[in-house]
Ligand binder design. Structure first.
Ligand code: AMP
Length: 427
């Protein structure tokens, strides 16, 4: 097995890695670091949890350290673009750790907070800037960020950025960058838009794929409960008694997150919420509290979940189905990080068979349906076993990624997935 000493990194970085406590490089680090040190472009297909941050950050730091130039005022030598503030802060924290034996400067830039400290940091020039697209473009347009000295550009979580509608901003940023540069693009999945972006903007990139697109982290065990809406909260209560470790609960909406969080607190379980209705400091407090063990349960929406890099999450619980099957993969990737084991539980309502099928197609795995445990109201699920006319319609031809619009059945309810129904009936 290769170890860090074999990858060609400088001693200062190896020392920082040792202090951080990493003993062996993860597969993406083994595959990507030597190529990146040689200056190649890289297309990395990897989810968070694989060690991808260190895979791009270590060779980046190495390069900037060796190429001793000083960033002039308002200039950046490396730009890391990432979709959310949480992720940006997380990446900056990793960079600070790995670069602690170097003299490199770094800064973070995102919206929702005052521009002033970010402008101040830029006024001196910065070696590594971690930014989200909106604020970066604002400050670029005001002349506070300039790219004449840019050597490396890293686009992280590219698929997520596209889902969030950032494609125009990304294109604008690409236009502002010098042509001569090293480019790295990381994405958990490779939809055609990203392939197009990569071929337009990268020079013969090395492709490193950690797992086939859409495959779920192998260490995550998965299970599915078929429930009616009103059974979700009692089942959640029951499951929080069975699984007593750190749990991340996903809801579809921020209002749902707030409601579920309150109900969990009513049970006497320490819980916090993280979604776009919370201020940055509230989100930080929730995340830090979850990391430190102050909160056992964190309730999140998909967008807020991106930066949740917490080792030791025992269970990811999909209280509501995600809105795309990609989100499912991202959600369950929050558990089983850095080689640990994890468990993912999903609540699906009977009419959500189509969504389950799309997830199964993307992950190429069947989600096993579990029998409901005993809880008040569980018995009424027997009704779900009866084939209602609205569930007899044939499955829609769905895309494997987004769920799209679902055709309504003549009864006005959504059509189901026959395999889903069949498996459920004969479980
Ligand atoms: P990432 O995929 O970059 O979000 O990293 C996931 C987690 O793995 C982070 O908590 C890292 O600190 C951790 N990690 C990264 N590389 C290693 C390694 N070689 N050994 C152990 N943990 C690592």
């Amino acid at each position: 097995m290769l170890n860090f000493d074999d990858l060609g990194l400088s001693t200062e970085i190896l020392m920082a890695i040792k202090v951080k406590g990493y003993s062996t490089p993860t597969p993406i680090q083994v595959q990507a670091i030597p190529h990146l040190l040689q200056g190649h472009d890289l297309l990395g297909i990897a989810q968070t949890g694989t060690g991808k941050t260190a895979a791009f950050a270590l060779p980046l730091i190495d390069r900037l350290m060796k190429n001793r130039v000083k960033a002039r005022p308002a200039r950046v030598r490396a730009l890391i673009l990432t979709p959310t503030r949480e992720l940006a802060s997380q990446i900056l924290a990793s960079i600070t750790t790995y670069a602690k034996n170097s003299k490199l400067s770094s800064a973070v830039m995102f919206g929702g907070v005052s521009e002033r400290p970010q402008i101040m940091a830029m006024s001196r020039g910065v070696d590594i800037l971690v930014a989200t697209p909106g604020r970066l473009i604002d400050l670029m347009e005001q002349g506070h960020v300039r790219f004449e000295q840019l050597e490396v550009f890293i686009l992280d979580e590219a698929d997520r950025m596209l889902d969030m509608g950032f494609l125009p901003q990304i294109q604008k940023i690409f236009q502002a960058l010098p042509k001569e540069r090293q480019t790295m693009l990381f994405s958990a999945t490779m939809p055609p838009e990203i392939m197009r972006l990569a071929s337009a903007q990268m020079k013969l990139p090395i492709r490193v794929e950690m797992a086939p697109t859409g495959s779920t982290v192998d260490e995550v065990t998965q299970e599915l409960f078929v429930v009616k809406k009103e059974q979700k909260l009692p089942l959640l209560k029951k499951l929080l008694e069975v699984h007593t470790g750190p749990t991340l609960v996903f809801t579809r909406t921020k209002y749902g997150a707030a409601r579920v969080m309150r109900r969990i607190r009513d049970l006497g379980v320490r819980a916090a919420e993280i979604h776009s209705n919370r201020s940055l400091s509230q989100r930080r407090e929730a995340l830090e509290g979850f990391k430190s063990g102050k909160y056992r349960v964190l309730v999140a929406t998909d967008i807020a979940s991106r930066g949740i890099d917490v080792v030791g999450i025992e269970v990811v619980l999909n209280f509501d189905m995600p809105s795309t099957s990609d989100d499912y993969v991202h959600r369950i990737g929050r558990t089983a990080r850095a080689g640990a084991k994890g468990h993912a539980i999903t609540f699906a309502m009977p009419q959500e068979g189509g969504e389950i099928r799309a997830i199964e197609r993307l992950t190429r795995k069947v989600l096993p349906i579990s029998k409901l445990p005993d809880f008040p109201g569980a018995e009424s699920s027997q009704e779900l076993l009866a084939p209602g006319p609205e569930r007899l319609s044939s499955p829609r031809p769905g895309s494997s990624r987004g769920f799209g619009r679902r055709p309504a059945s003549p009864s006005g309810r959504r059509a189901g997935y026959s395999g889903f129904r069949r498996r459920f009936r004969f479980r």
